[in-house]
Design a protein around this ligand. Structure first.
Ligand code: F6P
Length: 328
């Protein structure tokens, strides 16, 4: 089928996520395969405002599949939140004859796309790319798998030294308001406790859990703290525990931005390729204002509004219960 779309631009916005480059490659090559002229917008929505739009061919995306970060760069753009900013962005899209946009990012990126499409006549397809795994309409977001594997590698190393010194470690992981990385890395590393933004856990409960371990001859423990936990980050929690449990030799590690970098896992390379391919095919099929996502093992479309309407991580209570049992 000959597409009536002639020119597509792709951008990455918000926090970068491993697999974004694999996804950009898939978008560009699927477009070119179908006879579409492909463009890249540099620095996310910022590049629409500054008219930093480049032409891309098959070779522009050679040898990037295995790289973390994003060759298109990314930014969090405040100006795009204003009507004036969106007007400038729209004018630049028109000047460059761009018919449709593929946006790769998380909830902020999707909110921007939704507002833009509500106010201006732009065709847009979204691809969920964030380590936080907190968009509705995709079992997994691009980058989450690599990020959690990075976390696991780091915590396994912390486990060695915690055990050697009989220490209590508090490890803070990313996720903003989502506890997905925290809960799942707790399962995968056998952490003694995990504090999540989605669940109220008192310091008393935490101390009771640690005391139970100590009474059954645990000599070291790891507590994973999601950065969005209501009672504070890992330093705050460690301080509060220390006030009551002074005999513990406590240490704190903040994993920080290393969770966002690195070569994507096979899962994220394949997911990025599938989502990028599906996004362009969706545009060719006449779809608009949709997100491509992974449901089971199938790629499906959800409206961008639905992807955002319930976009927090749904805490899997069975996993939470299991973690409690397996960490005694
Ligand atoms: O959304 C991805 C994420 O890494 C969150 O987990 C984290 O809270 C945030 O971005 C950090 O953003 P920045 O890199 O702008 O500090």
């Amino acid at each position: 089928m000959k597409p009536n779309i002639k020119n597509i631009a792709v951008l990455t916005s918000g926090g970068d996520a491993p697999g974004m480059n694999a996804c950009i490659r898939a978008v560009v090559r699927t477009g070119i395969y179908n006879g579409i002229n492909m463009f890249g917008v540099m620095q996310g929505y910022q590049g629409l405002i500054t008219n930093n739009i480049i032409s891309m061919d098959s070779r522009s995306v050679s040898n990037i599949l295995h790289l973390g970060g994003t060759i298109l760069k990314t930014a969090r753009c405040l100006e795009f939140k204003t009507h004036e900013g969106m007007q400038i962005a729209y004018d630049h899209l028109k000047q460059n004859d761009i018919d449709a946009l593929v946006v790769i990012g998380g909830d902020g990126t999707f909110t921007g796309a939704k507002r833009f499409a509500e106010k201006f006549d732009v065709k847009v397809i979204g691809i969920p790319g964030t380590i936080d795994n907190d968009l509705s309409g995709s079992d997994f977001t691009l980058g989450y798998d690599t990020a959690i594997n990075t976390v696991i590698e780091a915590i396994d190393k912390i486990r060695d030294t915690a055990d050697a010194h009989d220490r209590l470690f508090f490890v803070e992981v990313m996720g903003r308001d989502s506890g997905c990385i925290a809960l799942r890395s707790a399962i995968a590393t056998g952490a003694e406790a995990v504090l999540l933004p989605e669940k109220e856990t008192s310091i008393r409960e935490l101390i009771d859990k640690l005391a139970l371990g100590a009474s059954t001859k645990k000599t070291s423990s790891i507590v994973i703290v999601a950065e969005g936990h209501k009672q504070g980050g890992a330093y705050d929690i460690a301080k509060k525990v220390k006030e009551t449990f002074n005999h513990y030799d406590t240490k704190v590690t903040i994993l920080g931005h290393l969770q966002r970098g690195g070569s994507p896992s096979s899962f994220d390379r394949i997911l990025g390729s599938r989502l990028g391919y599906a996004a362009v095919n969706a545009l060719i099929a006449g779809e608009n204002h949709k997100m491509v996502g992974l449901w089971g093992n199938e790629i499906k479309l959800t409206s961008i509004t639905d992807a955002l309407s319930n976009h927090s991580y749904k805490l899997e209570s069975d996993l939470m219960d299991m973690t409690k049992v397996l960490s005694i």
